[in-house]
Design a protein around this ligand. Structure first.
Ligand SMILES: Nc1ncnc2c1ncn2[C@@H]1O[C@H](COP(=O)(O)OP(=O)(O)OP(=O)(O)O)[C@@H](O)[C@H]1O
Length: 234
């Protein structure tokens, strides 16, 4: 089972960002997509649950091509959860509890969701009645993750989960990702922090100049620097 991009090209208003991306994230493997600022990491990740559609090429979830078809998109979005880089793009309800149940409520299964255990899982056991916008950036990111987990996805795609977090916040995310893996969730994330990527991921891919230019189990410092990647700390 895989998330897969085949020859994916994408431009914003005529400015090409992805020019021919071939990339696979395998089930059971934590994959980190590294790349310098503006390389198109967010753009590529947004293709994996249909937030963006390629101008050319194909995107497949477990072998099914994502198409402009309501049933396919619903199915894909139930399997692939997406955690935005900026939690403000994701958190919309007046309380954490309402936010976490937003997705399940939309499909009529909110009653089946155990919000307190989801919040405990992301390290916020008593946050149910808080207003998301009174919380720190790191807490908001964890609420957003709880909301994604409420849909019981097979894959969680995280766009720059440690952006804006300090070392402790980033370390907390390492623990959360380990917990997801233990629960059988496949994680694909983007980052420009080489240290975070190599700590958390089993597989590294580097996106730069519109394409995947490197793939491996690890990446050494010299190779990372060649690709303009210079951030080592967690
Ligand atoms: N909605 C948009 N409209 C126009 N251009 C955009 C849009 N979103 C991103 N871009 C541009 O596309 C390019 C790739 O952006 P993207 O956010 O995918 O890169 P990234 O690798 O995730 O960057 P970062 O590490 O800074 O988050 C950038 O040049 C960016 O300015």
């Amino acid at each position: 089972m895989t998330l897969r991009a085949e020859g994916v090209a994408f431009a914003y208003h005529g400015s090409p960002v992805l020019t021919g991306v071939d990339f696979t994230a395998e089930t059971g493997v934590v994959t980190a997509l590294l790349g310098p600022n503006g390389a198109g990491k967010s753009t590529l990740l947004k293709h994996f649950n249909g937030l963006l559609r390629p101008d050319a090429g194909r995107v497949l979830v477990d072998g099914t091509e994502i198409e402009d078809d309501e049933a396919i998109l619903r199915e894909v979005r139930s399997r692939v959860g997406f955690v935005f880089q900026n939690p403000a793009d994701q958190l919309i309800a007046p309380t954490v509890r309402q936010d976490v149940t937003f997705g399940p409520r939309n499909i009529g299964v909110a009653d089946a969701v155990d919000v307190d255990s989801l919040l405990a899982r992301v390290g916020l056991p008593d946050a149910g009645d808080r207003h998301p916008h009174t919380m720190s950036n790191g807490e908001q990111k964890r609420v957003a993750l709880a909301g994604v987990l409420a849909m019981d996805p097979d894959y969680v795609v995280m766009d720059e989960p440690t952006a804006g977090l300090d070392g402790d916040g980033a370390a907390q995310f390492v623990g959360l990702i380990e917990d997801l893996v233990a629960a059988g969730v496949t994680v694909l994330l983007s980052t420009h922090h080489v240290g975070f990527a190599t700590t958390v991921a089993d597989r590294i891919a580097v996106l730069t100049e519109g394409e995947i230019k490197y793939e491996g189990k690890d990446i050494d410092r010299e190779t990372a620097v060649q690709f303009g990647l210079r951030t080592w700390a967690l």
